[in-house]
Write a protein that binds this ligand. Structure first.
Ligand code: GAR
Length: 199
C-alpha cells in the first residue's frame, strides 16, 4: 500500500510508521509527508528517512479547497493510495474526502467519542477521568467523528501530569497505529463505514 502521512509537529507517530515499514511489520511504503507547519521536526524525520515532503502554509492560499487541490495533485503524482493523519491539526475538507473516500484514517489521543478536538489530554485531566487512551478512526467531515477502528486504554494514576500521560499515550500509539494499518491493509477486520463495508 502506498501511504501518505499528514503531520503538523514532532512526528513520533510518523516515525513509528516509517520504522514498521523498515522492519517489514507494516507492508506499505511511505511515499509522501504532507506538513502544514514548515519547519516542524517531522520534516527532519522525513528527510532522514528519505520520504518526499510537501509542506505548505494555509495562510498562503485563499482557503482549504485551494491548498487541498495542490495536496491532491502531489498525492496523485506520488501514486498515494491511502492517507494516515498523525498529529495533523487541521480538518480534512471535501476535496480530499471525496478523492480518498474511506481511505483516510486518523489517530487521536483519547477514547473517542470522549474528548474530541484540541488538547484531548488536557480535557481528560480536567474531567478527572481515571482512564483515557488512543483511538484510530476513519476520517469524515466532522471533528474526530468517523467510525472507530481500534482503541487502547491508558490509566491515569494519581499525581500524573499531562506530560506523563502524553508519554504513556504516545507509547501506546506507536504500537497501535502501525499494527492497525497493517490489519486494515490485510483486510483482516472488514471495516464497516456507516453500514457499508470499507475494504
Ligand atoms: C498524537 O498524540 C496524536 O494522537 C495527536 O497528536 C499527537 C502527535 O504526536 N493527534 C491529535 O491530537 C489529533 N486531534 P506526534 O507528532 O509525536 O506523532
Amino acid at each position: 500500500m502506498k501511504l501518505a502521512i499528514f503531520a503538523s509537529g514532532n512526528g513520533s507517530n510518523f516515525q513509528s510508521i516509517v520504522d514498521a515499514v523498515e522492519k517489514g511489520t507494516l507492508q506499505a511504503t511511505v511515499d509522501l509527508l504532507v506538513c502544514d507547519k514548515p519547519g516542524a521536526f517531522v520534516m527532519e524525520r522525513a528527510a532522514a528517512a528519505g520520504v518526499p515532503v510537501f509542506s505548505f502554509s494555509a495562510k498562503d492560499y485563499s482557503g482549504k479547497e485551494e491548498y487541498e487541490q495542490e495536496i491532491l495533485e502531489k498525492l496523485k503524482s506520488c501514486g498515494v493510495e491511502f492517507i494516515a493523519l498523525a498529529g495533523y491539526m487541521r480538518l480534512i475538507g471535501n476535496v480530499l474526502l471525496s478523492a480518498y473516500e474511506k481511505r483516510i484514517v486518523n489517530i487521536h489521543p483519547s477514547l473517542l467519542p470522549a474528548f474530541p478536538g484540541k488538547d484531548a489530554i488536557g480535557q481528560a485531566v480536567e474531567a478527572g477521568v481515571k482512564v483515557t487512551g488512543a483511538t484510530i478512526h476513519y476520517v469524515d467531515a466532522g471533528m474526530d467523528t468517523g467510525p472507530i477502528i481500534a482503541q487502547q486504554a491508558v490509566e491515569i494514576n494519581d499525581g500524573e501530569t499531562e506530560k506523563d500521560i502524553a508519554a504513556k499515550i504516545h507509547e501506546v500509539e506507536h504500537q497501535l497505529y502501525p499494527k492497525t494499518l497493517q490489519q486494515i491493509f490485510e483486510g483482516s477486520g472488514k471495516m464497516f463505514y456507516h453500514g457499508s463495508t470499507v475494504m
